[in-house]
Design a protein around this ligand. Structure first.
Ligand code: PLP
Length: 392
């Protein structure tokens, strides 16, 4: 799809329109395998030729191919791959890019599952891992090692919304001979395009904003042909392929991504401002607030603030629990990026896997509440928080 079309138009049109029988919507090609016309054609396909062979190997199905074509257009990358989950995409990334003796430098404020993968699985294979405060560029520079092969950033980071400088860290990583990968789950390509800022690979959980309705599990990676072809082999060997129905749901989800993200961001800014002025609230973390320590950097590398925020209520963990137990409209649930507002407690839910000292060092206090702000009418979201905060 032509890059010149604007983002919203590409959300709607990219990857679409090559269907049999003139079908308007891309069909769900519910097939595991493909029939060859003759042995020669089969041999050519299995010797590295193009075309479909078996669902576990990319391009998987024409439904997957349409989704990949759309997401590549949105992220601005030449190649992509769809996975069974965001974690599967990250696992394929690290297993493809790193080997025994290599070093991975990762953001310290990071999704708990990613922390678990990097801290428990990789050391088993002789891969060294450091979790570094990547909001401080000097820190990154002094933590790069001779054997650093991959720098992994999450920005905005889950759950404190810290921002890392993708352009500067990309330059540092490349000078050190390492690749830069960015988890773009929170911002989505609607608000941040890491490949255009110098990253080599972008990974994303499609379970969140890409699917957008809280009804699927999926992941995606987009990047250079070289990086993605290394991941294709790992993904096929690991069997980490996205299901066909999920690929179709992701394709459909992308068609409204620009509209949903705009509304998520508008609602989140209003809620962040409301909470910041509330006497029961200690602190609000949202990149769109001028009080956010990296507000200026966020404005440079993002075109919107997205729908994720976190905040601390006065009175610590019990006050936070009281709030979550008293919300009516908003649901208490992990995951994010759905049309409805979800609230969760990182210390006991998404980030429970992290040692308490590490959580506290990163600002994930026991009283921190994370909100994935939905696309409901804003006055109803605010009213729910107002009555919940009254009861703490
Ligand atoms: N990255 C981030 C920032 C996340 O928040 C999550 C899940 O919450 C993941 C990756 C993993 O995604 P999935 O649950 O699709 O495996």
């Amino acid at each position: 799809m032509e890059k010149e079309l604007s983002f919203g138009t590409r959300c709607v049109h990219a990857g679409e329109g090559h269907n049999p029988f003139g079908a308007h919507a891309t069909p769900i090609y519910q097939t595991s395998t493909y029939v060859f016309e003759n042995a020669e054609q089969a041999e050519a396909a299995f010797s590295g030729g193009p075309g479909y062979k078996y669902i576990r190997s990319a391009p998987n199905t024409p439904t997957h191919a349409a989704f990949i074509s759309k997401i590549c257009s949105l992220e601005g990358g030449p190649a992509g791959l769809a996975f069974s989950s965001g974690m599967a995409a990250e696992t394929a990334l690290v297993l493809s890019m790193l080997q025994k003796g290599d070093h991975l430098l990762a953001t310290d404020v990071i999704y708990g599952g990613t922390y678990g993968l990097f801290s428990t699985l990789l050391p088993k294979f002789g891969i060294e891992v450091s979790f570094v405060d990547t909001t401080d560029r000097e820190n990154v520079l002094s933590s790069l090692k001779k054997n650093t092969r991959l720098v992994f950033l999450e920005s905005p980071a889950n759950p404190t919304m810290t921002i890392s400088d993708i352009v500067e860290i990309g330059k540092m990583a490349h000078e050190a001979g390492a690749m830069l990968a960015v988890d773009n789950t929170f911002a989505t390509p609607c608000f941040q395009r890491p490949l255009g800022l110098g990253a080599d690979v972008v990974v994303e959980s499609c379970t969140k904003y890409i699917g957008g309705h809280g009804d699927l599990l999926g992941g995606v990676a987009v990047g250079s042909e070289k990086a993605i072809s290394a991941m294709r082999r790992t993904a096929a060997l690991a069997g980490a392929t996205m299901g066909t129905h999920e690929a179709w749901l992701c394709l459909r989800g992308c068609k409204t991504l620009h509209l949903r993200m705009q509304r998520h961001a508008e609602n989140a800014l209003h809620l962040a401002q409301y909470l910041e002025g509330h006497p029961a609230v200690e602190k609000v973390n949202y990149p769109g607030l001028s009080s956010h320590p990296q507000h200026a950097l966020a404005a440079r590398q993002m075109s919107g603030w997205s729908g994720m925020l976190s905040f601390e209520v006065k009175g610590g963990v019990q006050a936070g629990r009281n709030l979550m137990n008293n919300l009516n409209l908003c649901s208490l649930a992990v995951s994010l990026g759905s049309v409805d507002t979800l609230v969760e407690h990182p210390a006991s839910m998404t980030h429970a896997v992290m040692p308490k000292e590490m959580r506290e060092k990163m600002g994930i206090s026991d009283g921190l509440v994370r909100v994935s702000v939905g696309i409901e009418d804003r006055e109803d979201i605010l009213a729910d928080f107002a009555q919940g905060l009254d009861k703490i």
